[in-house]
Design a protein around this ligand. Structure first.
Ligand code: UDP
Ligand code: GLC
Length: 383
């Protein structure tokens, strides 16, 4: 097994970081993680026994930013490349887990003539990135990455459509340890609802994920507006940008309007997700832009909850409509409401699909199988 230096730009607990934690824990001998920012992800990795350090850098580049911002970032970028070169000398391979990690990792790998793997967790299209940033990322991957691991076929397709090199791409889904989601939480259902001031008779819809406009929490609020017996639990927080904070304030305002007041609970970032999924009647994924993968959808399926997801991106690879869940057009809150009503009126059908969803998720997203694929992928880049 090669020694691997993992790079990630974030100190937050996003989906890309949660997947990286599992990989770094089990792939690489030794494995070491360098984060470009501090945050709760550091303690999370330490708790898992993963060796980690923070090398802070402020590149001042945003996903949708232009060339000027990038030009200003050059001195900081070069300093960060020098730092990573220093650390990377003693590793066989550099593994970049985010876009800024690719920029730094590609230059360091080229300088040291070491193989580079890029784990692509983003859909490189105009709904998420500026044209210039897309060009920079696909070019760096073409010239410097031995392998691009895409977290879904949708992510791989967007990469190729943006002129990414098809021959280097391999689709590997996220993997999950199902144990916490299989534990019977029914006994805690009532207590969880009480703790969230939710009546036991209420039809509880839950949306889980960081608060960001493209995650579309407002779509669920609109769908729930006319249904007085529904409660909405919004789980997750805004942690990336000021824009995310602004969106959170907008959601709070919508939630306080007369139609919804008292029926929307902002739960913040939670660590007890299996309990929350189990206490809800239906899990909603309502991203308005294509979701690259969508870990929360798989977690809901493993919890055997009925799932409604946006019919785009990785979500439509995870959910098989009419068999393991429901898919609705992104942003279409009327269709979402109709689908949720169907679920509310047919608990038997909902339970059947939820059980089918659990079996399907157990079969397709096993952490051991997925780590095996990643191991093979990195080994072929080194040996
Ligand atoms: N998550 C969590 N607590 C929260 C909200 C989210 O632990 O309050 C986790 C969730 O379990 C999932 C991840 O954050 O594993 C979000 O990943 P996803 O791929 O759904 O979306 P991302 O935020 O990466 O775009
Ligand atoms: C990114 C994507 C999300 C995906 C996660 C793990 O954070 O936004 O869709 O599930 O990475 O691959």
């Amino acid at each position: 097994m090669p020694s691997i230096l993992y790079l990630d730009q974030s100190g937050q607990l996003g989906g890309a970081e949660l997947m990286l934690a599992e990989i770094a824990r089990q792939v690489g001998d030794p494995a070491h993680v360098i984060l470009f920012d501090d945050g709760p992800f550091v303690a999370y990795l330490e708790q898992l026994g993963v060796s980690v350090q923070v090398e802070r850098v402020r590149l001042g580049v945003t996903k949708s930013g232009g060339w000027l911002a990038s030009a200003n970032a050059v001195p900081a970028l070069l300093r960060q490349v020098r730092t990573i070169v220093r650390h990377a000398r003693r590793f066989d391979l550099i593994y970049a887990n985010t876009s800024k990690a690719l920029v730094v990792g590609a230059l360091a790998a080229a300088y040291l003539r070491k193989p580079l793997v890029y784990h692509l967790h983003d859909i490189l299209d105009r709904s998420h990135f500026s044209p210039m940033n897309i060009r920079v990322l696909t070019s760096l991957a073409r010239f410097f990455a031995a392998r691009v691991i895409a977290n879904s076929q949708a992510t791989a397709d967007a990469f190729v459509a943006a002129s990414g090199d098809r021959s280097r791409v391999e689709v590997i889904y996220n993997g999950f340890d199902p144990t916490p989601f299989l534990t019977d939480q029914d006994g805690e259902r009532v207590a969880t609802r009480v703790s969230l001031e939710t009546q036991s008779s209420s039809f509880v819809t839950i949306v889980v994920g960081r608060i960001a406009r493209w995650k579309g929490q407002h779509v669920l609020l609109e769908a729930a507006r006319s249904q007085k017996d529904w409660t909405v639990w919004i789980v997750g927080d805004a942690f990336f940008t000021e824009e995310d904070m602004q969106y959170k304030r907008e959601l709070e305002e919508i939630a306080s309007t007369a139609d919804l007041a008292g029926r929307v609970k902002f739960c913040g970032f939670r660590k007890d997700l299996p309990t929350l999924y189990s206490a809800a009647d239906v899990v909603v994924h309502c991203s308005t832009a294509p979701e690259p993968f969508g870990r929360v959808i798989v977690e809901a399926m493993l919890s055997a909850r009925p799932v409604v997801a946006s019919n785009a991106g990785g979500a439509k690879e995870i959910v098989r409509s009419d068999t393991t869940g429901w898919l609705v057009a992104p942003g279409d809150f009327c269709s979402l409401r109709e689908t949720l009503l169907e679920i509310e009126r047919n608990p038997g059908l909902a339970a059947l699909r939820a059980q089918a969803g659990r079996s399907d998720a157990l079969r397709r997203f096993s952490i051991d199988a997925i780590l095996g694929q990643i191991r093979t992928s990195v080994e072929t880049c080194v040996f």
